[in-house]
Ligand binder design. Structure first.
Ligand code: URA
Length: 442
């Protein structure tokens, strides 16, 4: 018989928990029979002692199986998905899914809403009039077969044990534990049923993991879990010290995603979309290597094929597909104000965290989970680190509901762009690649 306190004690003392005991402990929690106080004590022991790859795979497996696990085996194309640990201005999923679908794989994406100051793919997509993020499983599979990609929201039946544990960790100081984060993310991603997964693990001031060493450890843990469960896995470690792209805010990020699909998007968003897409095509077995994958993705930007897939996906979700040709159909906020440089010099840093806070304060994010968001507000035309500026030149544009809303954030927005006398050293957007198909090292 499993005695919960003995399992907690084993972890507290740094011993490995045998698989059968850990599985029973987690199953008891998932079924509602283990009290929160015992799980909270266990989570704190994991926080201090960590977990072996076997242990973290067991808890992921139990959380994944606590709800529905999709069966995608009936689809005619190979399936692959991407997960990002999140960042300011990260709209990559939106151009990426149609690009990979246009290149021959199927992309089943279950996405989230904004969390804190980071935006959510679902909120962004809902700025397209009529786009329905809540499809039935049957319809999701139909869209995947017909269009090649579908982006929907989580249902309460996706890894419910993770939902419960995440809420408990949130109030017991145990969120920042790599095995708990990795198992939480992977339980949901693996429940989607895709055969392969590409991870965009971010580090830096605007990321969940501030230090690159921690981001690498998180990536390695998630790769190991995925492989232990028979999936092909690869991760890119990417810089999130400054926002991605020039637009932050829901409809503004859809407009920027459309630009990427038309070949006129910002360099950084395009570079990362192509790199992740290339890895997805390799993982899916559509391309031999990342160079071939990148060429295919670029080809589907140039030909307009991916833009067409995006319009089809929007249409299949009940949205207005005309936005791809006329992004002004997304609408605009009543006020648009330029923020001007106070000095001459070079942009040494754009504070992703501060920009995220400004957009949230404008109404583009939620202060409370029950808040409704304003899809039209945000920032675009944001200058990038390394750019030369002269006094009076625009650093960004603020889109707001009212003049008062602009006044409330103007100072913070201006201070988010740091101007110095010397040009900063350029840091790469993609720092490293970890993992690869069939366990190959990149
Ligand atoms: N996102 C998740 O889904 N889970 C975590 O634990 C952290 C971030």
């Amino acid at each position: 018989m499993m005695v919960p306190q003995w399992i907690i004690e084993k972890k507290r003392d740094g011993r490995e928990i045998p698989e059968a005991e850990l599985r029973e402990f987690m199953n008891t929690y998932a079924s509602g029979s283990l009290p929160d106080y015992q799980m909270a004590a266990f989570a704190m022991a994991v926080f201090f002692r960590g977990m072996t790859f076997n242990e973290v795979t067991v808890i992921t497996d139990v959380m994944m199986r606590s709800g529905d696990v999709l069966d995608l085996s009936g689809l005619s194309r190979p399936t692959v998905d991407k997960h990002s640990t999140g960042g300011i201005g990260d709209k990559i999923s939106i151009p990426l899914a149609p690009l990979v679908a246009a290149s021959g794989a199927a992309v089943p994406m279950i996405s989230g809403r904004g969390l804190g100051i980071t935006g959510g793919t679902l909120d962004k997509l809902e700025s397209i009039l009529g786009y329905n993020t809540q499809l039935s499983t049957k319809k999701f599979l139909q869209v995947l077969e017909k269009v090649g990609c579908s982006i929907i929201g989580q249902t309460s039946r996706l890894a419910p044990a993770d939902k419960k544990l995440y809420a408990l960790r949130d109030v017991t100081g145990t969120v920042q534990s790599i095995p708990l984060i990795a198992s939480s993310i992977m339980s949901k991603k693996l429940a989607e049923g895709a055969r392969g997964l590409v991870l965009d693990v971010k580090f830096g001031a605007g990321a969940f993991m501030k230090e690159v060493g921690r981001a690498r450890e998180l990536a390695e843990t998630m790769i190991q879990i995925g492989r232990n469960m028979g999936r092909d896995m690869v991760a890119l470690l990417t810089d999130m010290n400054q926002p991605l792209g020039a637009a932050i805010g829901n409809s503004l990020e859809i407009a920027e995603s459309i630009d990427v699909l038309k070949g006129t998007g910002p360099v950084d968003v395009t570079e990362l979309t192509v790199a992740l897409g290339a890895e997805m095509l390799v993982i899916a077995g559509v391309c031999e290597n990342a160079e071939e994958g990148a060429a295919k993705i670029r080809g589907n930007i140039e030909s307009g094929a991916a833009l067409e897939v995006f319009a089809k996906m929007i249409n299949a979700h009940g949205g207005d597909p005309r936005v791809v040709d006329n992004p002004e159909r997304l609408g605009s906020s009543p006020i648009c104000v330029e923020v001007l440089a106070g000095d001459d010099g070079f942009v040494s840093h754009v504070d992703a965290d501060a920009i995220g806070r400004v957009v949230l304060l404008l109404g583009g994010g939620r202060r409370l989970s029950t808040d409704t968001i304003d899809h039209l507000v945000g920032i675009d035309g944001l200058i990038k680190a390394g750019a030369k500026v002269t006094q009076g030149e625009p650093l960004m544009r603020i889109h707001a509901r009212s003049k008062n809303d602009v006044d409330a954030v103007l100072n913070q927005a201006r201070k988010a762009v740091v101007i110095a006398d010397v040009r900063p050293k350029k840091s790469p957007l993609i720092l490293a690649k970890i993992g690869g198909k069939n366990g190959s090292k990149a």
